[in-house]
Design a binder for this molecule. Structure first.
Ligand code: PLP
Length: 296
């Protein structure tokens, strides 16, 4: 139900004209200020200036509510960030309680109980020897951290490995390192002169296989491409023994001279165990959810 019809119902079917026009005036004022002062991400600003911006004031559960009370289904969970819905009582209460105690303290040389407890819980969930957590504030920053960790790992071991393997058509965020390992021309092409060198491999994306093959008859041919790149870049890793793994965001050192970095929504190990398996159901959608790489 729209805000207008809800308001009309409250006033016995007669629209509250003065209130509606006050809200409309405020919306117009805010829209003008937005268009004068805000640069929106991933937005063609010329078209934005020609349209009426949708101004969201509140949200409840799965719905966003604009400045004039109209409701919209938040079908993308505010770009996947709000997966539990807006105004969840337990989350809101925890935030309010924490704000009453400590809003922020630096993590450089200090620590605090919520971070310690969260890190311990994440380490308990993570597989194998993944025992430490490095906190960063968003996806792109975590990719930068992963790239630097992978690079400095080899520096500490006395090896120089500056080349990262990246997936074609990848998106990892908008910072320069994340753009370097990205591959969507529309977003990344302009910045190519600023970016570090990478070696590209096709995505192991069974739903629309970049090699035009089908699983399982493909015999994971996409892994052969990776093998070729690793052999070319440094030569040591072999299909079947490569330490490349998939994860939600990480950089993994592989052969000498190359570092692989992937960001896939992948759970390891795959349900079928052993070498990665893709099922049609797990590969629908825009990002690969199948595992194509053997575990070290
Ligand atoms: C796959 C992927 N990686 C990285 C990012 C960057 O995350 P953030 O916007 O939090 O920097 C995004 C954001 O859309 C993403 O979809």
């Amino acid at each position: 139900m729209t805000g207008e019809s809800a308001a009309a119902r409250r006033t016995g079917g007669v629209p509250p004209i003065r209130a509606a026009s006050a809200a409309a005036d405020r919306t117009r004022r805010l829209a003008a200020l937005d268009q004068a002062h805000i640069w929106h991400p991933f937005t063609q600003m010329q078209s934005w200036m020609e349209e009426h911006p949708l101004i969201i004031e509140r949200a409840e559960g799965c719905e966003l509510i604009d400045t004039e009370g109209r409701r919209y289904l938040d079908g993308v969970s505010s770009l996947w960030v709000n997966v539990h819905g807006h105004g969840h009582p337990a989350i809101d209460a925890a935030i309010v309680e924490q704000l009453g105690r400590l809003a922020h303290s630096t993590f450089l040389g200090l620590t605090h109980p919520p971070a310690i407890e969260l890190a311990a819980r994440l380490a308990a969930l993570a597989p194998g020897r993944l025992e430490r957590v490095f906190f960063s504030e968003n996806g792109a920053a975590s990719v930068e951290v992963a790239l630097k960790m992978a690079y400095s790992y080899w520096r500490h071991r006395g090896e120089e490995r500056p080349t990262f393997v990246r997936l074609e058509n990848a998106y990892h965020g908008d910072t320069i390192g994340a753009v370097s390992i990205g591959g969507i021309d529309r977003f990344h092409e302009t910045y190519r002169p600023l970016l570090f060198a990478t070696a590209a491999i096709p995505s192991p994306y069974c739903y629309r296989c970049p090699l035009g093959l089908s699983y399982p008859s493909c015999d994971l041919a996409c892994a052969d491409v990776l093998d070729e790149v690793l052999t070319r870049e440094g030569g040591r890793a072999r299909r079947g023994s490569s330490p490349l793994r998939t994860g939600t965001s990480a950089g993994w050192p592989t052969s000498p001279g190359a570092t692989a970095c992937c960001w896939w929504s992948t759970k390891w190990p795959p349900a079928s165990g052993g070498r990665g398996r893709c099922s049609p159901a797990s590969t629908r959608g825009s990002s690969p959810t199948c595992c194509a790489w053997p575990r070290a």
